[in-house]
Design a protein around this ligand. Structure first.
Ligand code: GAP
Length: 453
C-alpha cells in the first residue's frame, strides 16, 4: 500500500478553505461538532446520495423509495427498543468537568492533561458510569404535558417498518423487496469527533430489504457484496476497504448477524456502513405494540410469515468523508505543491471548468457560450479570474476532472483544449464535439490514479 499524504487536519483545512464543509454557527463561536455544507459540499454529498439512489432504484426493480417524517409516534421508539436500550455508558470528571464515553476511555484525552487518558492524572475525579440515552427529546405542541414528549429519530429505518403494510398494498410488492430512504438522523453522541465522521446530526442512506426467513443468509451475502462493490465502483481504493463481521458480543439488540464495511480513515479502520440481518425483530415488535398485523401472506400457497430484514445502513456524511480522504493527494507542478482531489468524475462536485485564457479578444464570450451549451448535461463552472495556472489549481482542489480552455487558436479554428486533472494531458478537440467527448469521459470506467503510485 503506497504511503498516503492525507491527514484529517489537511481534509478539515481544505474543506474550510474551499467552503466544502465548515463549522456551524461560527459567528457565535461555533457549536461543538456541528458542521455546515457549503456550495461544493452540497454538490458532492448530493452526488453521493444520487449514486446510492441510482444503484437501488434505477439499476434494479426490487427496491422502492420512501421519505418518512423525522418525528414519529413515540411508541415507535418503545417498540424499536431505543427507549430502553439506545444508551451509552457515560462518565463525568468532577475536576475538569468533561464527559466521556465509559467504553472509550482508552481513546479519550484527559481534560486537564491531554497526554494521558481520563482517570490517569492525579487530579482526575471520575464518577461511576451511568447509562445515557442518545435520543434527542422534544415536545410537540406549545405546552409540555403528559404525552407531548417525542424524539428526533436516531435512525431512518423505523419509518420504513411503520410503512411496511402500505407498501404491500400500494407498491404491490412482495418479498424479496426493499424500501429505501435517505434523511437526517439525530443522536446525542457523548464523544462526537473526527470531523463529520461522528456528529450529532447526520444523514443516513438506509435500505430495509424484506425476505422470506429461510432466504435471509443468502440475501445478507448478496448485500455485503453489492454494497462493498458500490464503494469500489465509485473509486474508493479496494485496499482501503474491508468487510468486518461483528463478534457476538458486539451485535446490536436487533441483529442476528452484522458485518461492517470499514474504510481505512487517517484515524484507522472505521465503520462506513453496517449491513445487518435484523431477523423479524422490528416487524414483530411493531405488530405487538401497534396491534396491527405486519406479516405477509403468500397468495400462491397461503403461507403466512413475518419477513426477515436485511439492512444495509450507510452514512451519507461518512461516505462523503471517505471519498474526500481517498481522493486527497499532493504532487508538484513547476516547483509548487499542488493539492488535488482525485475524485471519481461521477462524484466530483463540478465536472468541467470553462476558462478563457485571457479576458479579451472574444474569449470570455466564446467560453460563456460553451458553458451554456454544457450545463444541460453536467455541472459546469466558468472562471476568468487570475492566471490560468491558478485557475487550474482552484479546480484541482475541488476535484474538477476537466478544464476546457478557450485560447487564441479557439477563435480561429473553433477548437478548445481539455486538460485532465490527473494526467495533466491537454487534448485539443473541436468545440462541436466537446459535449459528446465529455459525456464519453464521464461514462467511462475510472479508478484512482493513487493506486498506481
Ligand atoms: N439502522 C441501523 C443503524 O442506524 P448504525 O450502525 O447505528 O446502524 C448506520 O448507523 C450508519 O450511520 C453508520 O455506519 C454510519 O455511517 C452512520 N452513522 C451512525 N452514527 C453516526 C454519527 N453519529 N455521525 C455520522 N454518521 C453516523
Amino acid at each position: 500500500m503506497a504511503t498516503d499524504v492525507v491527514t484529517m487536519d489537511k481534509i478539515v483545512a481544505l474543506c474550510k478553505r474551499r467552503g466544502i464543509i465548515f463549522p456551524s454557527s461560527e459567528i457565535y463561536g461555533g457549536i461543538g461538532s456541528s458542521y455546515d455544507y457549503g456550495h461544493y459540499g452540497v454538490l458532492l454529498k448530493n452526488n453521493v446520495k444520487a449514486q446510492w439512489w441510482h444503484s437501488l432504484l434505477q439499476e434494479r426493480d426490487d427496491v422502492v423509495a420512501l421519505d418518512s417524517a423525522i418525528i414519529q409516534h413515540p411508541r415507535t421508539w418503545e417498540a424499536s427498543g431505543h427507549v430502553a436500550g439506545f444508551t451509552d455508558p457515560l462518565i463525568d470528571c468532577r475536576f475538569c468537568k468533561r464527559r466521556f464515553s465509559a467504553d472509550k476511555l482508552d481513546q479519550s484525552e484527559c481534560g486537564h492533561k491531554p497526554s494521558v487518558h481520563p482517570g490517569e492524572a492525579p487530579q482526575c475525579d471520575l464518577t461511576d458510569s451511568r447509562n445515557f440515552n442518545l435520543m434527542f427529546e422534544t415536545t410537540v405542541g406549545p405546552v409540555k404535558e403528559d404525552g407531548s414528549t417525542v424524539f428526533l429519530r436516531p435512525e431512518t429505518a423505523q419509518g420504513i417498518f411503520l410503512n411496511f403494510k402500505h407498501y404491500l398494498q400500494f407498491a404491490r410488492k412482495k418479498p424479496p423487496f426493499g424500501i429505501a430512504q435517505v434523511g437526517k438522523s439525530f443522536r446525542n453522541e457523548i464523544t462526537p469527533g473526527n470531523f463529520v465522521f461522528r456528529t450529532r446530526e447526520f444523514e443516513q442512506m438506509e435500505l430495509e430489504f424484506f425476505v422470506p426467513p429461510e432466504d435471509a443468509p443468502k440475501w445478507h451475502e448478496h448485500w455485503l457484496k453489492t454494497r462493498f462493490d458500490w464503494y469500489v465502483r465509485l473509486g474508493l481504493r479496494q485496499d482501503h476497504l474491508r468487510l468486518r463481521p461483528h463478534e457476538q458480543a458486539e451485535l446490536a439488540h436487533y441483529a442476528v448477524a452484522t458485518s461492517d464495511v470499514e474504510y481505512l480513515f487517517p484515524m484507522g479502520w472505521s465503520e462506513l456502513e453496517g449491513i445487518a440481518n435484523r431477523g423479524d425483530y422490528d416487524l414483530s415488535r411493531h405488530a405487538k405494540y401497534s396491534g396491527e398485523k405486519l406479516d405477509y401472506v403468500d397468495t400462491a400457497n397461503g403461507r403466512r410469515y413475518t419477513p426477515f430484514v436485511i439492512e444495509p445502513s450507510a452514512g451519507a456524511d461518512r461516505a462523503t468523508l471517505a471519498f474526500l480522504v481517498d481522493a486527497y493527494d499532493e504532487d508538484e507542478i513547476d516547483g509548487e505543491t499542488r493539492v488535488v482531489l482525485r475524485l471519481h468524475p461521477q462524484i466530483a462536485p463540478v465536472k468541467v471548468a470553462v476558462l478563457p485564457l485571457i479576458k479579451k479578444a472574444g474569449q470570455p464570450e466564446l467560453a460563456r457560450e460553451i458553458q451554456h451549451s454544457l450545463r444541460e448535461d453536467m455541472q459546469v463552472e466558468y472562471d476568468e479570474g487570475g492566471a490560468i495556472g491558478r485557475r487550474y489549481r482552484r479546480q484541482d482542489e475541488i476535484g474538477t476532472p476537466w478544464a476546457v480552455t478557450v485560447d487564441h487558436q479557439s477563435m480561429e479554428d473553433h477548437t478548445v483544449t481539455i486538460r485532465d486533472r490527473d494526467s495533466l494531458a491537454q487534448d485539443r478537440v473541436q468545440i462541436d464535439s466537446l459535449r459528446d467527448e465529455l459525456r464519453r469521459r464521464l461514462a467511462a470506467p475510472w479508478h484512482s490514479p493513487k493506486l498506481e503510485d
